[in-house]
Design a protein around this ligand. Structure first.
Ligand SMILES: Cc1ncc(COP(=O)(O)O)c(C=O)c1O
Length: 439
Protein backbone atom coordinates (compact mmCIF):
# COMPACT_ATOMS: atom_id res chain seq x y z
CA UNK A 1 0.00 0.00 0.00
CA UNK A 2 1.43 3.39 -0.92
CA UNK A 3 2.26 5.98 1.69
CA UNK A 4 -0.47 8.29 0.40
CA UNK A 5 -3.08 5.56 0.68
CA UNK A 6 -1.93 4.66 4.21
CA UNK A 7 -2.31 8.27 5.33
CA UNK A 8 -5.66 8.56 3.58
CA UNK A 9 -7.00 5.43 5.23
CA UNK A 10 -5.93 6.60 8.64
CA UNK A 11 -6.90 10.27 8.51
CA UNK A 12 -9.42 11.13 5.75
CA UNK A 13 -13.22 11.05 5.98
CA UNK A 14 -14.47 10.95 2.36
CA UNK A 15 -17.79 12.33 1.07
CA UNK A 16 -20.65 9.90 0.36
CA UNK A 17 -18.49 7.03 1.59
CA UNK A 18 -19.26 4.14 3.92
CA UNK A 19 -15.75 3.61 5.22
CA UNK A 20 -16.68 0.23 6.72
CA UNK A 21 -17.27 -1.31 3.30
CA UNK A 22 -15.91 0.95 0.56
CA UNK A 23 -12.93 -0.18 -1.50
CA UNK A 24 -9.68 1.79 -1.26
CA UNK A 25 -9.72 5.09 -3.12
CA UNK A 26 -7.62 5.44 -6.26
CA UNK A 27 -4.62 7.69 -5.70
CA UNK A 28 -4.46 10.20 -8.55
CA UNK A 29 -1.06 11.76 -9.06
CA UNK A 30 -1.56 13.68 -12.29
CA UNK A 31 -4.30 14.78 -14.66
CA UNK A 32 -4.25 16.16 -18.18
CA UNK A 33 -7.11 16.88 -20.59
CA UNK A 34 -9.75 14.16 -20.23
CA UNK A 35 -7.37 11.77 -18.43
CA UNK A 36 -6.51 11.01 -14.83
CA UNK A 37 -3.37 9.01 -13.94
CA UNK A 38 -2.84 6.88 -10.84
CA UNK A 39 0.38 6.19 -8.94
CA UNK A 40 1.33 3.36 -11.28
CA UNK A 41 0.77 5.58 -14.33
CA UNK A 42 -2.50 3.89 -15.35
CA UNK A 43 -4.80 6.16 -17.33
CA UNK A 44 -8.46 6.63 -16.49
CA UNK A 45 -10.77 8.63 -18.76
CA UNK A 46 -12.72 11.10 -16.67
CA UNK A 47 -16.10 10.52 -18.33
CA UNK A 48 -17.98 12.47 -15.67
CA UNK A 49 -15.59 15.44 -15.54
CA UNK A 50 -14.86 14.88 -11.84
CA UNK A 51 -18.36 15.55 -10.58
CA UNK A 52 -19.19 17.60 -13.70
CA UNK A 53 -16.65 20.34 -13.06
CA UNK A 54 -13.56 20.23 -15.32
CA UNK A 55 -15.33 21.39 -18.46
CA UNK A 56 -12.17 22.24 -20.44
CA UNK A 57 -10.27 19.19 -19.18
CA UNK A 58 -7.69 18.88 -16.43
CA UNK A 59 -4.63 21.15 -16.15
CA UNK A 60 -5.39 23.44 -19.09
CA UNK A 61 -2.28 25.59 -19.71
CA UNK A 62 -4.25 28.85 -19.98
CA UNK A 63 -6.17 28.21 -16.77
CA UNK A 64 -2.92 27.25 -15.02
CA UNK A 65 -1.34 30.51 -16.22
CA UNK A 66 -4.32 32.63 -15.10
CA UNK A 67 -4.17 31.03 -11.66
CA UNK A 68 -0.42 31.54 -11.32
CA UNK A 69 -0.61 35.18 -12.45
CA UNK A 70 -3.37 35.98 -9.97
CA UNK A 71 -1.43 34.28 -7.17
CA UNK A 72 1.42 36.73 -7.84
CA UNK A 73 -0.95 39.73 -7.72
CA UNK A 74 -3.64 39.18 -5.01
CA UNK A 75 -4.41 35.62 -3.86
CA UNK A 76 -7.15 36.75 -1.51
CA UNK A 77 -8.72 39.84 0.00
CA UNK A 78 -11.95 40.19 1.97
CA UNK A 79 -14.85 41.16 -0.28
CA UNK A 80 -16.75 43.52 2.00
CA UNK A 81 -15.36 47.04 1.66
CA UNK A 82 -12.80 45.82 -0.93
CA UNK A 83 -12.97 44.69 -4.53
CA UNK A 84 -10.57 43.56 -7.26
CA UNK A 85 -10.26 43.28 -11.03
CA UNK A 86 -11.14 39.58 -11.53
CA UNK A 87 -14.23 39.89 -9.29
CA UNK A 88 -15.57 42.99 -11.04
CA UNK A 89 -14.71 41.71 -14.52
CA UNK A 90 -16.21 38.28 -13.96
CA UNK A 91 -19.44 39.87 -12.67
CA UNK A 92 -19.58 42.09 -15.76
CA UNK A 93 -18.96 39.15 -18.07
CA UNK A 94 -21.65 37.02 -16.44
CA UNK A 95 -24.12 39.90 -16.73
CA UNK A 96 -23.28 40.19 -20.44
CA UNK A 97 -23.76 36.47 -21.05
CA UNK A 98 -26.90 35.95 -18.99
CA UNK A 99 -30.21 37.15 -20.45
CA UNK A 100 -32.27 40.20 -19.41
CA UNK A 101 -31.42 42.09 -16.25
CA UNK A 102 -29.62 39.21 -14.52
CA UNK A 103 -26.68 41.38 -13.61
CA UNK A 104 -25.96 41.30 -9.87
CA UNK A 105 -23.48 38.63 -8.80
CA UNK A 106 -23.28 37.44 -5.20
CA UNK A 107 -20.27 35.18 -4.64
CA UNK A 108 -19.97 32.08 -2.47
CA UNK A 109 -18.10 28.78 -2.34
CA UNK A 110 -20.09 25.86 -3.79
CA UNK A 111 -23.37 24.87 -5.39
CA UNK A 112 -25.14 24.39 -2.07
CA UNK A 113 -24.24 27.86 -0.82
CA UNK A 114 -25.33 29.39 -4.14
CA UNK A 115 -28.73 27.73 -3.62
CA UNK A 116 -28.89 28.65 0.07
CA UNK A 117 -28.20 32.27 -0.85
CA UNK A 118 -30.91 32.31 -3.53
CA UNK A 119 -33.44 31.01 -0.99
CA UNK A 120 -32.41 33.59 1.59
CA UNK A 121 -32.54 36.41 -0.98
CA UNK A 122 -36.04 35.29 -1.99
CA UNK A 123 -37.18 35.12 1.61
CA UNK A 124 -35.80 38.55 2.48
CA UNK A 125 -37.07 40.01 -0.81
CA UNK A 126 -40.63 39.62 0.51
CA UNK A 127 -39.75 40.64 4.08
CA UNK A 128 -38.22 43.86 2.74
CA UNK A 129 -41.60 44.64 1.15
CA UNK A 130 -43.39 43.88 4.46
CA UNK A 131 -44.94 40.70 3.08
CA UNK A 132 -44.42 38.29 5.92
CA UNK A 133 -46.57 35.34 4.92
CA UNK A 134 -44.23 33.98 2.24
CA UNK A 135 -42.41 31.32 4.20
CA UNK A 136 -42.46 28.42 1.74
CA UNK A 137 -40.55 27.34 -1.32
CA UNK A 138 -41.86 25.39 -4.27
CA UNK A 139 -39.75 22.67 -5.91
CA UNK A 140 -40.00 19.68 -8.23
CA UNK A 141 -40.26 16.08 -7.15
CA UNK A 142 -36.92 14.41 -7.84
CA UNK A 143 -34.89 17.63 -7.70
CA UNK A 144 -31.49 17.91 -6.03
CA UNK A 145 -30.03 21.24 -4.92
CA UNK A 146 -27.19 20.42 -2.53
CA UNK A 147 -26.38 19.43 1.01
CA UNK A 148 -26.98 22.39 3.32
CA UNK A 149 -30.27 22.60 5.21
CA UNK A 150 -32.16 24.91 2.84
CA UNK A 151 -30.81 23.10 -0.21
CA UNK A 152 -31.76 19.72 1.28
CA UNK A 153 -35.25 21.06 2.03
CA UNK A 154 -35.95 22.05 -1.58
CA UNK A 155 -34.25 18.85 -2.74
CA UNK A 156 -36.12 16.54 -0.38
CA UNK A 157 -37.97 15.09 -3.37
CA UNK A 158 -34.81 13.33 -4.57
CA UNK A 159 -35.06 10.98 -1.58
CA UNK A 160 -31.45 11.27 -0.32
CA UNK A 161 -32.26 13.20 2.82
CA UNK A 162 -34.98 11.34 4.72
CA UNK A 163 -32.79 11.24 7.83
CA UNK A 164 -32.73 15.03 8.08
CA UNK A 165 -36.40 15.75 7.37
CA UNK A 166 -37.19 17.04 10.87
CA UNK A 167 -34.67 19.84 10.37
CA UNK A 168 -36.01 21.05 7.05
CA UNK A 169 -37.91 24.20 6.15
CA UNK A 170 -41.38 24.16 4.68
CA UNK A 171 -41.76 23.36 1.02
CA UNK A 172 -44.42 22.41 -1.51
CA UNK A 173 -43.56 20.12 -4.38
CA UNK A 174 -45.01 19.39 -7.80
CA UNK A 175 -44.45 16.60 -10.34
CA UNK A 176 -41.76 16.92 -12.99
CA UNK A 177 -42.24 15.86 -16.63
CA UNK A 178 -39.22 13.64 -17.24
CA UNK A 179 -38.60 12.65 -20.86
CA UNK A 180 -36.16 10.85 -23.16
CA UNK A 181 -35.53 10.39 -26.87
CA UNK A 182 -38.49 8.65 -28.48
CA UNK A 183 -40.80 9.22 -25.48
CA UNK A 184 -44.36 9.08 -26.89
CA UNK A 185 -46.14 10.02 -23.68
CA UNK A 186 -44.52 13.35 -22.97
CA UNK A 187 -47.49 15.57 -23.90
CA UNK A 188 -49.68 13.82 -21.32
CA UNK A 189 -46.98 13.95 -18.63
CA UNK A 190 -46.45 17.66 -19.21
CA UNK A 191 -50.18 18.39 -19.15
CA UNK A 192 -50.54 16.58 -15.84
CA UNK A 193 -47.51 18.28 -14.32
CA UNK A 194 -48.73 21.73 -15.42
CA UNK A 195 -52.23 21.04 -14.07
CA UNK A 196 -50.70 20.02 -10.71
CA UNK A 197 -48.62 23.22 -10.70
CA UNK A 198 -51.66 25.39 -11.42
CA UNK A 199 -53.54 23.68 -8.65
CA UNK A 200 -50.67 24.15 -6.21
CA UNK A 201 -50.39 27.83 -7.12
CA UNK A 202 -54.11 28.43 -6.70
CA UNK A 203 -53.95 27.12 -3.11
CA UNK A 204 -50.52 28.33 -1.96
CA UNK A 205 -49.51 31.30 -4.11
CA UNK A 206 -49.53 33.81 -1.25
CA UNK A 207 -47.33 31.59 0.94
CA UNK A 208 -44.59 30.93 -1.60
CA UNK A 209 -41.46 33.10 -1.77
CA UNK A 210 -39.87 31.35 -4.75
CA UNK A 211 -39.83 28.28 -6.89
CA UNK A 212 -36.46 26.62 -7.47
CA UNK A 213 -35.84 24.33 -10.44
CA UNK A 214 -33.00 22.52 -12.16
CA UNK A 215 -33.80 23.69 -15.67
CA UNK A 216 -33.73 21.04 -18.44
CA UNK A 217 -31.94 18.36 -16.40
CA UNK A 218 -32.39 17.00 -12.90
CA UNK A 219 -28.80 15.89 -12.37
CA UNK A 220 -28.11 13.93 -9.17
CA UNK A 221 -31.77 12.84 -9.13
CA UNK A 222 -30.95 10.63 -12.14
CA UNK A 223 -30.13 12.74 -15.23
CA UNK A 224 -33.85 13.32 -15.80
CA UNK A 225 -34.38 15.65 -18.77
CA UNK A 226 -37.38 17.82 -19.58
CA UNK A 227 -38.31 19.75 -22.69
CA UNK A 228 -37.49 23.48 -22.89
CA UNK A 229 -41.13 24.30 -23.68
CA UNK A 230 -42.23 22.61 -20.44
CA UNK A 231 -39.73 24.58 -18.37
CA UNK A 232 -40.80 27.78 -20.13
CA UNK A 233 -44.45 27.18 -19.30
CA UNK A 234 -43.55 26.46 -15.67
CA UNK A 235 -41.47 29.62 -15.43
CA UNK A 236 -44.16 31.78 -17.07
CA UNK A 237 -46.91 30.40 -14.82
CA UNK A 238 -44.95 31.01 -11.63
CA UNK A 239 -43.64 34.44 -12.60
CA UNK A 240 -47.17 35.49 -13.64
CA UNK A 241 -48.13 35.08 -9.96
CA UNK A 242 -45.27 37.40 -8.93
CA UNK A 243 -43.41 34.48 -7.32
CA UNK A 244 -39.65 34.50 -7.88
CA UNK A 245 -38.16 31.75 -10.04
CA UNK A 246 -34.66 30.48 -9.23
CA UNK A 247 -32.77 28.51 -11.89
CA UNK A 248 -30.30 26.17 -10.24
CA UNK A 249 -27.85 25.84 -13.13
CA UNK A 250 -25.09 24.44 -10.92
CA UNK A 251 -24.98 21.26 -13.01
CA UNK A 252 -26.40 22.35 -16.35
CA UNK A 253 -24.69 25.76 -16.67
CA UNK A 254 -21.58 26.42 -18.75
CA UNK A 255 -22.59 24.44 -21.78
CA UNK A 256 -23.86 21.10 -20.51
CA UNK A 257 -27.26 21.53 -22.22
CA UNK A 258 -25.65 22.64 -25.49
CA UNK A 259 -26.20 26.35 -24.72
CA UNK A 260 -23.98 28.32 -22.37
CA UNK A 261 -26.91 28.57 -19.95
CA UNK A 262 -30.16 26.60 -19.85
CA UNK A 263 -32.22 29.79 -19.38
CA UNK A 264 -30.94 30.94 -22.78
CA UNK A 265 -32.06 27.71 -24.43
CA UNK A 266 -35.46 27.91 -22.74
CA UNK A 267 -35.86 31.57 -23.67
CA UNK A 268 -36.74 33.04 -20.26
CA UNK A 269 -35.24 35.43 -17.73
CA UNK A 270 -35.46 33.82 -14.28
CA UNK A 271 -35.20 36.04 -11.20
CA UNK A 272 -32.02 34.36 -10.00
CA UNK A 273 -29.50 31.88 -11.41
CA UNK A 274 -27.17 29.69 -9.31
CA UNK A 275 -23.87 28.65 -10.90
CA UNK A 276 -20.88 26.63 -9.68
CA UNK A 277 -19.11 23.42 -10.89
CA UNK A 278 -18.13 24.55 -14.45
CA UNK A 279 -17.77 28.17 -13.25
CA UNK A 280 -14.09 27.69 -12.37
CA UNK A 281 -13.69 24.76 -14.79
CA UNK A 282 -13.09 22.44 -11.84
CA UNK A 283 -10.13 24.40 -10.46
CA UNK A 284 -11.37 26.06 -7.29
CA UNK A 285 -14.48 25.96 -5.14
CA UNK A 286 -16.57 28.98 -6.07
CA UNK A 287 -20.20 29.69 -6.85
CA UNK A 288 -22.35 32.66 -7.76
CA UNK A 289 -25.98 33.56 -7.29
CA UNK A 290 -26.82 36.06 -10.01
CA UNK A 291 -29.91 38.12 -9.25
CA UNK A 292 -32.00 40.27 -11.55
CA UNK A 293 -31.48 44.00 -11.03
CA UNK A 294 -35.12 44.33 -9.92
CA UNK A 295 -34.46 41.80 -7.13
CA UNK A 296 -31.29 43.62 -6.06
CA UNK A 297 -33.16 46.92 -5.88
CA UNK A 298 -35.53 45.54 -3.24
CA UNK A 299 -32.52 45.58 -0.90
CA UNK A 300 -31.61 49.26 -1.43
CA UNK A 301 -32.74 51.36 1.52
CA UNK A 302 -31.50 53.84 4.11
CA UNK A 303 -32.26 51.16 6.69
CA UNK A 304 -29.19 48.86 7.10
CA UNK A 305 -31.47 45.99 8.13
CA UNK A 306 -32.68 45.82 4.53
CA UNK A 307 -29.26 44.88 3.17
CA UNK A 308 -28.86 41.23 2.26
CA UNK A 309 -27.81 39.61 5.53
CA UNK A 310 -25.27 37.06 4.34
CA UNK A 311 -21.52 36.63 3.86
CA UNK A 312 -18.80 34.01 3.51
CA UNK A 313 -15.13 34.45 4.36
CA UNK A 314 -14.01 33.47 0.86
CA UNK A 315 -16.65 35.45 -1.10
CA UNK A 316 -15.20 36.52 -4.45
CA UNK A 317 -11.82 34.82 -3.98
CA UNK A 318 -9.56 36.44 -6.63
CA UNK A 319 -7.80 33.18 -7.63
CA UNK A 320 -11.14 31.53 -8.39
CA UNK A 321 -12.45 34.65 -10.19
CA UNK A 322 -9.34 34.84 -12.38
CA UNK A 323 -9.71 31.20 -13.44
CA UNK A 324 -13.46 31.64 -14.05
CA UNK A 325 -12.78 34.65 -16.29
CA UNK A 326 -10.20 32.72 -18.29
CA UNK A 327 -12.59 29.79 -18.57
CA UNK A 328 -15.22 32.07 -20.14
CA UNK A 329 -12.59 33.40 -22.56
CA UNK A 330 -11.80 29.80 -23.54
CA UNK A 331 -15.40 29.31 -24.66
CA UNK A 332 -14.65 31.84 -27.41
CA UNK A 333 -11.02 31.01 -28.13
CA UNK A 334 -11.59 27.28 -28.40
CA UNK A 335 -15.09 27.49 -29.91
CA UNK A 336 -16.27 25.34 -27.04
CA UNK A 337 -19.96 25.42 -27.96
CA UNK A 338 -19.04 23.90 -31.33
CA UNK A 339 -17.14 21.15 -29.53
CA UNK A 340 -20.20 20.48 -27.39
CA UNK A 341 -22.34 20.24 -30.53
CA UNK A 342 -19.86 17.69 -31.88
CA UNK A 343 -20.02 15.64 -28.66
CA UNK A 344 -23.82 15.76 -28.84
CA UNK A 345 -23.73 14.48 -32.43
CA UNK A 346 -21.42 11.63 -31.37
CA UNK A 347 -23.69 10.77 -28.43
CA UNK A 348 -26.69 10.76 -30.80
CA UNK A 349 -25.00 8.14 -32.99
CA UNK A 350 -25.16 5.82 -29.96
CA UNK A 351 -28.89 6.33 -29.40
CA UNK A 352 -30.20 3.68 -31.84
CA UNK A 353 -27.84 1.10 -30.34
CA UNK A 354 -28.95 1.93 -26.82
CA UNK A 355 -32.61 1.98 -27.84
CA UNK A 356 -32.21 -1.50 -29.33
CA UNK A 357 -30.34 -2.92 -26.34
CA UNK A 358 -32.39 -5.19 -24.04
CA UNK A 359 -30.60 -3.94 -20.88
CA UNK A 360 -31.01 -0.19 -21.60
CA UNK A 361 -34.13 1.96 -21.34
CA UNK A 362 -35.03 5.64 -21.71
CA UNK A 363 -31.84 6.51 -23.63
CA UNK A 364 -31.42 10.26 -23.77
CA UNK A 365 -28.99 12.88 -25.03
CA UNK A 366 -28.78 16.59 -24.34
CA UNK A 367 -25.69 18.64 -25.16
CA UNK A 368 -22.68 16.82 -23.75
CA UNK A 369 -24.78 14.48 -21.58
CA UNK A 370 -25.71 10.94 -22.58
CA UNK A 371 -27.79 8.88 -20.12
CA UNK A 372 -29.90 5.75 -19.93
CA UNK A 373 -31.53 3.55 -17.32
CA UNK A 374 -30.51 -0.04 -16.72
CA UNK A 375 -33.41 -2.44 -16.75
CA UNK A 376 -33.71 -4.61 -13.69
CA UNK A 377 -30.98 -2.84 -11.73
CA UNK A 378 -31.61 -1.60 -8.18
CA UNK A 379 -32.36 2.12 -8.52
CA UNK A 380 -31.15 3.02 -5.00
CA UNK A 381 -28.25 5.46 -4.93
CA UNK A 382 -25.02 3.54 -4.19
CA UNK A 383 -26.83 0.19 -4.36
CA UNK A 384 -24.46 -2.78 -4.30
CA UNK A 385 -25.16 -3.40 -7.98
CA UNK A 386 -24.40 0.17 -9.01
CA UNK A 387 -21.15 0.18 -7.01
CA UNK A 388 -20.16 -3.15 -8.61
CA UNK A 389 -20.77 -1.63 -12.03
CA UNK A 390 -18.77 1.49 -11.14
CA UNK A 391 -15.85 -0.70 -10.05
CA UNK A 392 -16.14 -2.65 -13.29
CA UNK A 393 -15.83 0.62 -15.27
CA UNK A 394 -12.95 1.80 -13.09
CA UNK A 395 -11.05 -1.42 -13.74
CA UNK A 396 -11.44 -0.73 -17.46
CA UNK A 397 -9.94 2.76 -17.13
CA UNK A 398 -13.22 4.68 -17.30
CA UNK A 399 -14.45 7.03 -14.61
CA UNK A 400 -18.17 6.28 -15.00
CA UNK A 401 -20.24 6.35 -11.83
CA UNK A 402 -23.86 5.16 -12.12
CA UNK A 403 -26.50 7.02 -10.13
CA UNK A 404 -28.49 4.03 -8.93
CA UNK A 405 -29.73 2.45 -12.15
CA UNK A 406 -28.81 5.45 -14.32
CA UNK A 407 -25.60 5.33 -16.32
CA UNK A 408 -24.39 8.56 -17.86
CA UNK A 409 -21.47 10.23 -19.61
CA UNK A 410 -20.66 13.90 -19.04
CA UNK A 411 -17.15 14.28 -20.46
CA UNK A 412 -14.88 17.33 -20.50
CA UNK A 413 -15.42 19.31 -23.71
CA UNK A 414 -11.81 18.71 -24.82
CA UNK A 415 -12.47 14.98 -25.21
CA UNK A 416 -11.14 13.50 -28.46
CA UNK A 417 -13.15 11.22 -30.78
CA UNK A 418 -10.87 8.29 -30.01
CA UNK A 419 -11.46 8.78 -26.28
CA UNK A 420 -15.22 8.91 -26.83
CA UNK A 421 -14.96 5.68 -28.83
CA UNK A 422 -13.21 4.03 -25.87
CA UNK A 423 -15.96 5.19 -23.54
CA UNK A 424 -18.78 3.98 -25.81
CA UNK A 425 -17.06 0.61 -26.24
CA UNK A 426 -16.78 0.31 -22.44
CA UNK A 427 -20.45 1.21 -22.02
CA UNK A 428 -21.62 -1.45 -24.45
CA UNK A 429 -19.26 -4.02 -22.95
CA UNK A 430 -20.78 -3.21 -19.54
CA UNK A 431 -24.27 -3.68 -20.98
CA UNK A 432 -23.31 -7.05 -22.48
CA UNK A 433 -21.94 -8.10 -19.13
CA UNK A 434 -25.23 -7.23 -17.40
CA UNK A 435 -27.29 -8.94 -20.10
CA UNK A 436 -25.21 -12.14 -19.71
CA UNK A 437 -25.65 -12.02 -15.94
CA UNK A 438 -29.43 -11.62 -16.28
CA UNK A 439 -29.70 -14.52 -18.79
C1 LIG B 1 -28.20 21.14 -9.47
C2 LIG B 1 -27.27 21.14 -8.30
N1 LIG B 1 -27.41 22.08 -7.36
C3 LIG B 1 -26.59 22.14 -6.30
C4 LIG B 1 -25.57 21.24 -6.14
C5 LIG B 1 -24.68 21.30 -4.94
O1 LIG B 1 -23.40 21.69 -5.32
P1 LIG B 1 -22.16 21.42 -4.33
O2 LIG B 1 -21.94 19.94 -4.33
O3 LIG B 1 -21.04 22.18 -4.97
O4 LIG B 1 -22.52 21.96 -3.00
C6 LIG B 1 -25.39 20.24 -7.09
C7 LIG B 1 -24.33 19.23 -6.94
O5 LIG B 1 -24.28 18.22 -7.59
C8 LIG B 1 -26.27 20.18 -8.20
O6 LIG B 1 -26.15 19.24 -9.15
Amino acid sequence: MSDILKKDKEFVWHPFTQHATERDPIVITSAKGASLYDEAGNEMLDMISSWWTCIHGHAHPKLNAALAAQAQAVPHVMFSGFTHAPGAELSEKLAQRLPGDLNRTFFSDNGSTAVEISLKIAYQYWKNADEHGRTKFLAFDGGYHGETLGAMSVGRGCGFFKLFEDLMCSIESVPYAHTWDGDTDIERKEEEALAALKNKLSVHKHEIAAMIVEPLMQGAGGMRFCRPQFMKQVTDLVQAEGILVIYDEVAVGFGRSGSLFACEKIGVVPDMVCLSKGLTAGYLPMAVTVAAQRVFERFLDQDPAKMFLHSHTFCGNPLACAVALESLNLFEEEKTLERIAHIEARHREQLPHLQAHPSAAQARVMGSVLAFNLRGLDDAFKSIESVTLRDWFWERGLNIRPLGNVVYLMPPYCIADEQLDRAYAGLFEGLEQLARRAA
